[in-house]
Design a protein around this ligand. Sequence first.
Ligand SMILES: [Zn+2]
Ligand SMILES: [Zn+2]
Length: 397
Amino acid sequence: MSAARLFSPDDPHEVSASSRQAPPNGAIYRLWGPESRGGEYNSHILFVLTVAVLTWQGIMPPPAAGWIALCLAAAFLLDTHRLTRKVALRSLPGQAFLYGQLVIRAFLTVLPHYVFAFGVYICVMPLREQLNVGISSMAMLYAFYLTIRVTYLAWYTAVLLFAPDGSLPTVFSEQRANLRDRRTALRHVWWSFFLGNTGLFAKCSVQIMTIGLFEFIRRRLDIDITTTTLYVHHAGWVTAAGVTGVLIGVVLSIRGSSEVYYRAHRTLHVSRSLFDSIHAIHHRGILPTPLDSGTISPLEYFITDMARPTYMLLPDWGFVVCEVVLALFTHLPAHTSGTDSRIAGHHLAHHLYVVCNFGLLPSDDRRWGTLYEPASEDSRRAVDRASPRQPPRTAAP
Ligand SMILES: [Zn+2]
Ligand SMILES: [Zn+2]
């Protein structure tokens, strides 16, 4: 795999000045295998196949599978890119080989966190069962995102149809990225709404996937702490130790999960195959709207969000509350062009310039030498020189 290039969706052959140097050791996952081009929806095809298998096995309800298929089909039809750019079946086997390596490498990075989290899970499992509210976190979280997304869809559709020039929201009035004209902007808004509804399904499912994995292992190993002498005599202490473990694990896993995010994200920009088939689609939002926040591939969500196993041990409602707070203060603002927030600016600069700010946290970019701070004249000049995005261009759809 070429390790010296970063790709941009505008011009795949364009290599920025700063990216001619190979990333430092550890900044990316080095994968083995041939590079194969194209297929912006290839990772979604694998997702749909996975959904079909889960539905066939009775694990996923048919209405959920139907909604995913419907949203993906709508996004695909609204997408004006060439069919051969959207789907590259001949490239898929080679790309799937790389996907598998990336998942395994990311998982190995946080394996100690998984081992720790499983031990804690055994201790807090009885308490979790009492505290859960009986509605899956997936359903609660997806309902939250869908409410937000339908609101933005209705608002943006109304302003793009009826608002006079000069009164459009910042994201449509200032930028030249998603708005060549109102029709293009409208198409992008509806496209990002439908496509985002599929990716977010994976994001909202991470807690039930993690707990499902732990429960599967627990049953295979036939572990039931409530039948042990220790628990029978000291249930309170075991539970207290478990709760303490959850709190410690959440704090400890911040670094591990942010490292996985940085390394996986930068790898997606360095591998031609992975960029084309997983990540390019998210970068169509050059100056993104909150609707673009969901256009991340389900596979990418799976890799980055499964890297926080202890966090998944919160009761389902607690997990949802934390995720809603994170969404309102980080994930959604980070995809709302025109906001002044420093946290949001970090990721917005990544969408605009592509070659910088791969991390969730500025500290990861500082560590690996890709931090862009608008306040710093040096870093601004470096990125402006390197960026393939000067000036921003029109994206489609
Ligand atoms: Zn990116
Ligand atoms: Zn983004």
